[in-house]
Write a protein that binds this ligand. Structure first.
Ligand code: ATP
Ligand code: MG
Length: 150
């Protein structure tokens, strides 16, 4: 149940979020959403995306929205924030290993620039893709899908 897994990840990250005046919400069209996927690996995907969304927020009160919905044989997942956003010329590179946008602006955390490369790798191993859309200084949305079960 992907929604259950998302709720668990939100619980794990909630204290970190509260410390940054950020709330994390799950919006879904159905209570349970079963997928065919590696539970541990998808936890890692959610962890990396949600902690990025918390980390790169930069505003007084931020919201991270995790959205799940059904489309044909897939469950669609969005992780959206209203944070600092990413300039278009950098958006094309964020899935590269060790790439960090203006590493100086991220001085608050010692990230290595591997999180999104791992996310992409895990989803590719599931025969899935991930896309990112961003408006600089407004926010960023990552979207991926997983194979629906049942
Ligand atoms: P780590 O290996 O600890 O995850 P990281 O967070 O720097 O380090 P990635 O998760 O791969 O590495 O992200 C790459 C870069 O993309 C980040 O350094 C950051 O500049 C940018 N980025 C990622 N997610 C967001 C986001 N939600 N909003 C704005 N910028 C982001
Ligand atoms: Mg990261």
């Amino acid at each position: 149940d992907l929604n259950q897994l998302i709720r668990e990840m939100i619980d794990l990250l909630d204290l970190e979020a509260q410390n940054k005046n950020t709330r994390i919400v799950l919006q879904t069209t159905s209570n349970q959403m079963f997928v065919h996927a590696d539970r541990q690996k998808i936890s890692q995907v959610l962890m990396n995306l949600i902690s990025n969304a918390i980390n790169y927020s930069n505003r007084e009160s931020a919201t991270v929205t995790v959205r799940t919905s059904l489309k044909n044989a897939k469950v669609l997942v969005d992780v959206e924030d209203n944070g600092m956003g990413i300039k278009p010329e950098m958006l094309t590179r964020i899935f590269e290993r060790f790439y960090r946008v203006e590493s100086s602006r991220n001085r608050n955390d010692g990230g290595s620039g591997l999180g999104l490369a791992i996310v992409k790798h895990i989803l590719e191993a599931h025969q899935e893709n991930i896309t990112a859309e961003s408006v600089y200084l407004e926010g960023t949305k990552f979207s991926f899908s997983l194979q629906k079960a049942i």
